[in-house]
Design a binder for this molecule. Structure first.
Ligand SMILES: [Ca+2]
Ligand SMILES: [Ca+2]
Length: 219
């Protein structure tokens, strides 16, 4: 069913189609209605026609997305990884400081990644470990920034979505990395990162690291 992704113009839509098809076995349907959530808004996707030419080795579909949000347009050229029931993620290999990374994720219609489960941590860890050699300009190749910080008050961790870290369902600071985290090293580590050994570390917000973006998707 992976060939479904070739027939739509945005990765997010492809992701939803893929998931719907997986659930209902509705590949080949002439019409699907899919709910896509982005920035707390829902849009409706209607596949106006689907013509399965798999016999000839190709699938030709035409899809109509209404309304087509600007944030979705950028996805057509993106390289986000979709993991069913986990989400859409991208590891940026060109390192940036936390605030610049935060803005770049927003420019792509998403946010710095917020981990909500061990399953999501596993996905990100695999992305980090398998791409570490490609990281450019970072403090190291073993960490990548996440969307959490304690910039408001030391030790009070918040997500970039404005919720307390404890509300995410995932609070896993590394107990082994540099003798245990978060250590607020030099009294000034206020941004969160995922470490390749598993778990999180607090890092200097002004230092550059690879970073994870995430685009919210619910089907
Ligand atoms: Ca801190
Ligand atoms: Ca630290």
């Amino acid at each position: 069913m992976a060939h479904l992704s070739a027939c739509v113009s945005t990765l997010l839509v492809a992701a939803c189609l893929f998931q719907i098809a997986s659930i209902s076995g509705s590949v080949g349907s002439t019409e699907l209605r899919v709910r896509v959530c982005s920035h707390n808004k829902s849009i409706s996707l209607k596949v106006t026609s689907t013509r399965d030419q798999s016999v000839e080795g190709a699938l030709d579909c035409r899809c109509n997305v209404e309304p087509l949000e600007n944030s979705l347009k950028n996805l057509a050229k993106s390289d986000y990884q979709y993991t069913p029931e986990v989400g859409l993620h991208k590891l940026h290999l060109a390192a940036a400081n936390w605030n610049d990374a935060r803005k770049m994720c927003m420019d792509e219609g998403g946010h710095l990644a917020i981990v909500n489960s061990v399953a999501e941590e596993m996905v990100l860890l695999e992305m980090l470990k398998s791409n570490a050699e490609g990281i450019r300009g970072g403090q190291n190749k073993e960490e990548a920034l996440l969307g959490i910080h304690d910039l408001f008050a030391e030790g009070e961790w918040w997500t970039v979505s404005g919720e307390p870290l404890r509300a995410t369902g995932y609070v896993n600071w590394s107990r082994s990395y540099w003798d245990g985290q978060p250590d607020n090293y030099l009294g000034n580590q206020n941004c969160g990162a995922l470490v390749d050994v598993g778990g999180m570390d607090d890092v200097f917000c002004h230092d550059k690291f690879a970073f994870f973006c995430e685009i919210p998707v619910t089907c």
